[in-house]
Design a protein around this ligand. Structure first.
Ligand code: IP8
Length: 248
């Protein structure tokens, strides 16, 4: 059973404090992962975390985004370096709980090709799983053919990994309890984009600002069922439940 789990950057960092981990939130997430991945079960988990107050301020400072690249190597080192620092903190929190977490940095492992497709060979991640490690990836700045280097979000990595590893389940843990309708209630299940187009909006502009619309479209295209939920529901998801919104 292979699970790809994304922990949003705003879940594990204090959003408004530069390069600051939300220690309590990270500890709670690490506890849930430790409980779910102890040696007595054979659940393979691949973890992806977002940038939060580590990657995003540096990316904004250098005007680097998924749509805007840079050829400034110093900017690339700065953005990637911040993400490595967060990745070290996430891996350390897991390691303290005997979770066999090891880093897997997208900047070194992948790139965006000339067709705007993220090329991230899944074999290296799969080999880590086979050897009993829990690979921890993160949103990153990666080489982008024709554009220098651009930002790849954790959500894009989740989609690529779920496909490449033929994952059985995908979880996206953010600060909201699921996809919300106009009344602010969680939509329990989404099976077609048309069902939620009114609520999410459909414009490309929504997509590039990192809105739900593009995310839901990409997740619907996966074979694996995807749960979108908040931090309180992480343990339930890891125990096999389907909290929040199920995109399937
Ligand atoms: O928070 C962005 O990852 P995300 C990573 O998953 C960087 O969108 C480098 C800003």
């Amino acid at each position: 059973m292979t699970t790809v789990l994304k922990l949003g950057g705003s879940v594990v960092t204090a959003k408004d404090e530069p390069e600051t981990v939300d220690a309590d939130a990270l500890a709670a997430a690490a506890d849930a992962l430790a409980d779910a991945t102890d040696a007595s079960n054979d659940a393979d988990v691949v973890l992806v975390h977002g940038g939060g107050s580590f990657g995003h301020p540096h990316a904004a400072e250098h005007d680097v985004s998924p749509a805007s690249g840079t050829h400034d190597a110093g900017a690339v080192r700065e953005i990637h370096g911040a993400m490595r620092r967060l990745n070290e903190r996430v891996c350390a929190a897991l390691g303290e709980r005997d979770v066999p977490a090891v880093p897997h940095h997208p900047h070194s492992a992948g790139y965006v090709d000339g067709d705007e497709t993220l090329a991230l060979p899944p074999d290296g991640v799969g080999a880590k799983l086979d050897e009993g490690f829990l690979p921890v990836l993160h949103g990153d700045v990666v080489t982008h053919v024709g554009a220098g280097a651009t930002v790849v979000s954790g959500d894009d990595l989740v989609v690529a990994l779920a496909r490449g590893l033929d994952a059985d389940r995908v979880g996206v843990c953010s600060t909201v309890p699921g996809v919300l309708d106009d009344d602010g209630d969680v939509i329990p299940e989404i099976t077609a984009y048309a069902d939620v187009a009114d609520v999410l909006g459909g414009s490309d502009a929504t997509d590039v600002t990192g809105g739900m619309a593009g995310k839901v479209r990409a997740l619907l295209a996966l074979d694996a069922p995807v749960s979108l939920f908040g931090p309180d529901a992480l343990a339930e998801f890891l125990a096999g439940g389907e909290p929040g919104t199920l995109v399937d």
